[in-house]
Design a protein around this ligand. Sequence first.
Ligand SMILES: Cc1cc2nc3c(=O)[nH]c(=O)nc-3n(C[C@H](O)[C@H](O)[C@H](O)COP(=O)(O)O)c2cc1C
Length: 416
Amino acid sequence: MTVSGSLHGKTIVLGVTGSIAAFKAVILARRLIERGATVLPVLTAGATRFVGAVTFSGITGQKVAADMWDPEFAGEMHVALAERADLVVVAPTTADLLARAATGRADDLLAALILCARSPVLLAPAMHPRMWDHPAVRANVASLRGQGRIDLVGPASGAVASGESGLGRMVEPEEIVRAIEARLGSSPVPAPVQLHDLSGYRLVISAGPTQEAIDPVRFLGNRSSGKMGFALATRAIARGAEVTLVAGPVSQTTPSGVIRIDVTSALEMKGALESAMPGADALIMAAAVADFRPVHASAIKWKKGHAPQALQLVENPDVLAGLGEARGEARRPVLVGFALETGDREHVIAEARGKRVRKKVDLIVANAAHIALGGDDTEVFLVDETEATAVGHMSKSDSADAILDRTVQLLKQSAS
Ligand SMILES: Cc1cc2nc3c(=O)[nH]c(=O)nc-3n(C[C@H](O)[C@H](O)[C@H](O)COP(=O)(O)O)c2cc1C
């Protein structure tokens, strides 16, 4: 039965590799056929140990291809299949297939077919979080991204087969369908959900205010709600990134899949960011970190009537400027800062320009304090080396997407 014809007339090669998630490929095949696609299943030897070829041929109505050396086939099977494909999707993709695709191996039908493909190729990785985290796998992902011919969708965070939790789980078949529809140009879903343009990237995002203790019950703080940083984390996860969110004291719900570290003071935020940054591709510093802290925080509560004559303040370290300095001439990690200013538009942009140069960062998101603080909407300007782009008055979620669009560009530039 055809539920929707969004993939009508399209031929999709469905590669399946040797992961426990292979059973989900059966559901994916079904969803693609429901949308009118012709699905040609290609199984690795590993995949056949998990799901039988008969299941795939039964669901797709097509012969399962698993053997490049099949003497019954006249011609070159990998070339012929690649020629027929409007898109090749490999779901699940093992660490092994990822490595073979990254290094241009052609040692089985699926790997050879990927090399031959002229169509988009989409890989949906599935593996234990420790495998996904391994430097060799990271390097393969980076290499694939650099080659620019193969896209990744996922992986997602959550429980894996061993019962442990982390990043490595294959995204759900429905999400893969959306990513396929986006590439074949007939998706009813808004673009940002489908893009997965942050797959394989690690982002560190800071959010919210900091509190600088005066005594055990009082602090210096600011009115930041954390909404912008949390909107960025939510959208970055939806676009496929791995996100560590370092949050000051806020009452915001943790977006699903985000690794959240809670901090209180500017010094704690500095420590948390420094431990989160190694291996990160970008830092988006949306937190409103206090510029100053009291020199001494009293160990006991100040009593009424005994207020000190003056509160002596000392400047907090500037984490972003520190990272900008440490990065030197290197282009990674990509560094994005925020500038919140009072005053008119020209003043806000001028301050942001100065801040970008001073802190040696790639992009400053400038906004006016009276709109941005605490509200659901904002109006930002993206100030980079060459220009200040107005992003209009919109929800913080939409604004987050605009900031991430620019971050993706910077990530790509920094890889070239
Ligand atoms: C029970 C079991 C589960 C496995 N799950 C995965 C997995 O989820 N991801 C992965 O990368 N490898 C997994 N492997 C290892 C792969 O099957 C193995 O590396 C194989 O060589 C992959 O070959 P292929 O990519 O050609 O299918 C698993 C192996 C077994 C026995």
